[in-house]
Design a binder for this molecule. Structure first.
Ligand code: FE
Length: 148
């Protein structure tokens, strides 16, 4: 199970290589996505807390990247963090997520991106549940649930 030291190491030294990489032009992403999906995933936006439709979804399945369909999180590791955003304790596989140091807004945080297409997903924090202690705080607009 991953912990905060792994996250910091990936953010500082590079994330594990993805299975494949998908790159598209800004126009291609804009044509494919809704305006809100585009703003969040391609422009590193954030949805308003508690606004996301996946906040209170607890059905079983896999959460995939809204841009490239790569599975990112399993519903079994979703938890209610009361933060207002869907929260997960770890990625579905180790190389699903790309980690990047983010010093915007006067804070030092770790950004979580799709490792396949570099969609902005949200941020990772070290205040999640034991044993891993991670909280992946993810915008609903960045992911979609594929029900089991
Ligand atoms: Fe993706």
């Amino acid at each position: 199970m991953m912990n905060w030291n792994d996250v910091i190491s990936y953010a500082n030294n590079g994330s594990p290589a993805p299975e494949k990489e998908i790159r598209k032009s800004e126009k291609e992403w804009r044509d494919q996505l809704t305006p809100e999906q585009f703003r969040i995933t391609r422009k590193k936006g954030t949805e308003v807390a508690f606004s996301g439709e996946l906040c209170h979804v607890h059905e079983e399945g896999k959460y995939k990247c809204v841009c490239c369909d790569t599975p990112l999180f399993d519903s079994s590791i979703k938890f209610d963090s009361s933060s207002g955003w869907p929260s997960f304790t770890e990625p579905i596989v180790k190389n699903a997520i790309k980690y990047k140091k983010d010093v915007s807004l006067g804070m030092t945080r770790v950004e979580a991106m799709c490792n396949t297409c570099e969609a902005h997903l949200g941020h990772v924090f070290p205040d999640g549940p034991k044993p891993g202690g991670l909280r992946f705080c993810i915008n609903s607009e960045s992911i979609k649930l594929l029900k089991n």
